[in-house]
Design a protein around this ligand. Structure first.
Ligand SMILES: Nc1ncnc2c1ncn2[C@@H]1O[C@H](COP(=O)(O)OP(=O)(O)O)[C@@H](O)[C@H]1O
Ligand SMILES: [Mg+2]
Length: 335
């Protein structure tokens, strides 16, 4: 993908930082084309947390990786749609069509991503402090002393106590929660506009998970970061999400203000996700029925084989996307 970048006239919404429009990403496989992301659209504003939720395999990670254009090694290909990033100067750029060199700059300066396993992103032979300072030096062209001072400040901002001592630790010397905080410090060192957190707390125990979720929410508000919080666990986002996009088999089936999606869900899949939340205790129980084969999804509504309310129309044609409330839409004939 090395077409020249195209500047697009800015849209009126002054807060919008990202607009994903009809994004589709495919993987060629021996059995046929796997449509991992199939016509996904959503907007993200500055200072807003958009949660992308859905069962494992629904396309959440591929959507995030597509925005970052980190697919080449996996064999995935963006086959359609646009990802409009609003730059700090107010112009929009379509990341799908951006050449690789400026795309690398976007990954360094505009959009940061943190994953479930920080060990895969951290360098095991450098201390945490060295890795953060290195990022700062690359980013701001400051000297080593200034970078170190900023490193300690960043460690404080992500809630790492005794920053002087922790900065000299190697990744393996930190707990899982501290490592995830260190990853967030590296992400913030780039002063991004957008943070994508993909199951960033999934490997942590419940208490630490809650702390990291609260930290990400705080950073979002303080720095007016646009945050995309990807998780299979709806419980994590009920307190912090401003908006929720529910994905099923590569598509967004419901999207809206968190309060509306959680309080008055209009898609049966969203209702099923909510019904599966345990009242007390910590195990999520699965939704009855199996997720569809993404290479040969069911005709019509992809959820119909698992839907108690399915009618003939649901088997015949894909459901229309219906507006069901302010900034709230659901793709269901009964919505
Ligand atoms: N590298 C890959 N090659 C082939 N298929 C993939 C690859 N990565 C993901 N997929 C498929 O794409 C779909 C979406 O995966 P993913 O985005 O990882 O789901 P989620 O993050 O929601 O659990 C799944 O069917 C998955 O098997
Ligand atoms: Mg995933």
């Amino acid at each position: 993908m090395s077409m020249p970048s195209r500047a697009i006239a800015p849209k009126p919404d002054p807060l919008r930082v990202l607009a994903v429009e009809g994004l589709s990403t495919h993987f060629p496989t021996g059995r046929g084309v796997l449509r991992a992301v199939d016509g996904v659209s959503f907007d993200l504003a500055r200072g807003e947390i958009l949660a992308i939720v859905g069962e494992s395999g629904s396309g959440k990670s591929v959507a995030g990786l597509s925005i970052m254009r980190l697919l080449h090694r996996s064999g995935g290909r963006i086959v359609g749609g646009r990802v409009l990033l609003t730059r700090r100067d107010g112009t929009d750029v379509d990341l799908v069509r951006l050449a690789e060199a400026p795309m690398r700059a976007v990954r360094r300066r505009e959009i940061a991503m943190v994953f479930q396993d920080p060990m895969s992103s951290l360098n095991p032979v450098l201390t945490i402090g060295e890795q953060i300072a290195e990022t700062i030096v690359q980013h701001r062209r400051c000297n080593a002393r200034e970078a170190w001072r900023e490193t300690l400040a960043l460690l404080g901002r992500v809630g790492i106590p005794a920053a002087e001592a922790r900065a000299r630790d190697y990744p393996h010397e930190l707990s899982g929660g501290m490592r995830q905080r260190a990853m967030l410090a590296i992400a913030l060192a780039c002063e991004p506009q957008i943070l994508i957190a993909d199951e960033a707390t999934t490997a942590l125990d419940v208490t630490v998970q809650a702390q990291i979720v609260a930290l990400i929410a705080g950073l979002c508000r303080e720095q007016q970061l646009g945050v995309i919080f990807v998780t299979h666990d709806l419980r994590l986002v009920t307190d912090i999400a401003d908006r929720i996009a529910v994905m099923y088999c590569g598509q967004v089936v419901e999207e809206g203000p968190a309060r509306a999606v959680l309080g008055a869900p209009r898609h049966p899949y969203t209702r099923a996700l909510l019904a599966c939340l345990p009242v007390a205790g910590d195990a999520l129980h699965p939704i009855p029925g199996a997720p569809p084969d993404p290479i040969a999804p069911p005709a019509g509504c992809r959820f119909h084989p698992r839907c108690a309310d399915a009618e003939d129309a649901c088997r015949r044609a894909p459901p229309p996307r219906r507006t069901v409330g302010p900034a709230h839409a659901a793709s269901c004939v009964r919505a």
